[in-house]
Each structure stands twice: as C-alpha cells, then as structure tokens.
Design a protein. Structure first.
Length: 277
C-alpha cells in the first residue's frame, strides 16, 4: 500500500508503474483474517469518533467502470455502525446542480462531526469526465484542481479526516468484469453501453487520473492507489488505510469520552441529590 500512497502535492504519478495485483505472498486467506481483525478495530474507532464528535471522516472512492467502488463500500462500510455513515453517489449533475458552482452539490454532503461520509465518485468527476469528454473548456476545468485542493484544506481545517482512494484495475480485468456482468443474471441490470464506450478512452482517463492525483495530493488529504484486481485485497487495503488514519486520534477521542462520562455522572449525582426521597 505504501507505494500507492501520495501525500505530496505535485508528486509524479504513473499508474502503469503501480501494480494492480496483490503483493507476492499475500493470499485471500491471510487477507480475510487481517480484514476480520480490522473490522472489529474500525467499529471501535468509529464508536469513539461518534461519541467524542471531535472529527469527521470523508472517504472518496474513484475508479474506472467496474473497478469495485460498490464492492468496497459494501464490504468496508459493513464493518461500521450504519448510524454514523452516509453513502452518497454522484451521477450526472441535475438541472439545479448545474446552476451552481461545481462544488455546491458536494459540499452540502460533507460529514458532520462524529460521522463518516463515503463518496461513490465525487467532485473529481469535474476534472475527469468533464476533461476527457471536453464538456467544458480547459480554461474552466483547469483551475478546478486548485478549487478542489482548497476545498479539502477547508474540510481538514474543520477536523475532517480526508482519504481519497483510486481503485486501480487493469484493462484486462475491467473487460473480464464487464463480460461477467453481462453473463450473470443477477448483475445484468448494471449493463451500460457507456461503460464500453468509456473503455475506448482508457489512456485519456489515465492521464486525467494521474493529473488529479498529482495536483491534489496532500498530507491532510492523501490519495491511496489501491491494487484492485483482487477484490479481497482491495477491501483489505481500503480498510487498513482508514484504520491507519484514525488510530492517531484514538487517545484524544477516548479522553474526551472519559471527560464526558465524568460530567454525566456529576450531573446525575446533582439530580439525585436534589430529588432525594
């Protein structure tokens, strides 16, 4: 995972140099055991996050068609308490959304303190699809990298832990998944000719993703390029990265919870003293 972690703005990113496969020696069995342990830890971390309400978490999932965004959400969010999680999918902008700046529809879904927000696609579509399909002139979408970086800085300054994942699959694996989707009755509903049309623009999207990662990576809003050809390894990397990001705050959250507990007990004692008998 370290090889695919980008925290420095302007860091050169070349996706073809990052493997889409699990590292040598990693097996589905090892990953399943590690994921199970992480699931329990993530639940406990989220519980402390929810109670302390000192921070929030934004998880951005980006990837090509069939990269596994829904699968990652299903598996990783399954480790969390739904009470404090909101999953938002961003599709083609509505008429109302097009009448506002491109960040308007995103900012209003930013997580409240104590909560997780999971973005299935995100504000990055405005420097990906818009760029590749020339839906706006370069003079309009080019400055958006700066707007995005400023937006994520604003979130971080207000105690949002920002994590951005690019689910990295090979062109061969994408074709396999699209064909399987067509052949299986339970997944045929996902069929979309547009997925095959977008596939023809593979290299253009590669360039767009590389620029997006390079121009918006930051210590407070890192990009993690996830080897995602193996779904079981994809889930492990996403879960591990989230746990890594939350662990440093555990002590702070637990301390706040203890202080809240002391205050609650004091209030209860005062109540009981005033209502004795």
């Amino acid at each position: 995972m370290t090889k695919g972690l980008f925290t420095k703005h302007g860091a050169k990113v070349k996706l073809d140099d990052i493997s889409c496969e699990p590292p040598e020696g990693m097996t589905a069995g090892k990953a399943a055991k590690r994921f199970e342990d992480l699931g329990q830890e993530l639940f406990e971390l989220q519980d402390a996050l929810w109670g302390a309400k000192l921070h929030s978490v934004l998880v951005v999932l980006q990837g090509r068609d069939a990269a596994g965004k829904d699968g990652a959400i299903k598996n990783v969010v399954g480790c969390l308490n739904p009470r404090g999680v909101n999953v938002i999918s961003f599709g083609v902008p509505s008429t109302e959304e097009r009448q506002h700046d491109f960040l308007w529809r995103v900012h209003r879904h930013a997580p409240r303190l104590g909560e997780f927000a999971i973005f299935n696609r995100s504000h990055y579509e405005d420097v990906l699809v818009v760029r590749v399909h020339e839906l706006a002139p370069k003079k309009l979408w080019q400055p958006r990298y700066g707007h995005i970086a400023d937006f994520e800085t604003l979130l971080a300054e207000h105690n949002t832990i920002v994590l951005k994942f690019f689910l990295h699959i090979s062109k061969k694996e994408q074709k396999k998944r699209l064909v399987e989707r067509e052949e299986r009755p339970e997944t045929a509903w996902k069929l979309n000719a547009g997925d095959w049309q977008e596939r023809e623009l593979w290299d253009d999207y590669t360039d767009a993703y590389q620029d997006a990662i390079s121009k918006t990576a930051a210590k407070h809003a890192p990009w993690i390029v996830v080897p995602a050809n193996a779904k079981w390894y994809r889930n492990l990397v996403v879960a591990e990265a989230i746990a890594d990001a939350l662990r440093p705050y555990r002590e702070q959250w637990v301390h706040k919870l203890k202080e809240m507990g002391k205050q609650a007990k004091a209030t209860l004692r005062e109540y009981r003293a005033g209502h004795a008998g």
